[in-house]
Design a protein around this ligand. Sequence first.
Ligand SMILES: *Cc1c(COP(=O)(O)O)cnc(C)c1O
Length: 229
Amino acid sequence: MLKRNKSMSIQQNLLNLKKTLPSQVTLVAVSKMHDNNTILEAYNAGHKIFGENKVQELLPKYEALPKDIQWHLIGHLQSNKVKYIAPFVALIHSVDSINLLREIDKQGARNNRVIHCLLQIHIAQEETKYGLSADQIYEFLSSPIFSSLQHVSIDGLMGMASFTEDMDQVRAEFKGLSQLYTEVKTRYFADKPNFSILSMGMSGDYTVAIEEGSNLIRVGSLIFGERNY
Ligand SMILES: *Cc1c(COP(=O)(O)O)cnc(C)c1O
């Protein structure tokens, strides 16, 4: 009789969260460390966009789960693993080097498709978070490599704030990324409407992220509960 509780709560969590989101904000349900049945609970509640941070975890889920799921890769991606996700990935949030972007372009060509990507920007104070600096972004966007890439579409920017309780700091980091996004969009993508995504915000900070301009949030624990590492 208690059987329904878990699924009811995933559905309920999703509904409660979606109710609060402004219409321009898209939700990526971060399903890392959760099994296929758990993901199906969210899928059956009507959710189709899921995020995973590891290729080796994403692949079996992609194989087993419904094909109309849009899979987003949100974690650090090694160049030698791009080929495995290139045929189907809907959006790569975590492009943190130009070499990686070139490899994605190559695998896009092999698969005869354009792979949608976000450039991940380093905004946190921690050393451990991956990402490009603003300077690196400008250098790349001004270089001939940028215009030579035919099989990637750079759709926006992504960032992760510092892991801290200090919401003023988190807000300042999101604000900085939001300003960079606007600047880059104006300077380099004025004639490219595909550049329209600002991916920032997780369970603990998505409301602040949205206030600072995020339109794609990546939320895991608030939907699925705590992960058991
Ligand atoms: C795990 C993860 C999330 C979601 O984290 P929660 O705190 O569970 O919402 C978002 N973004 C990235 C890059 C992640 O690795």
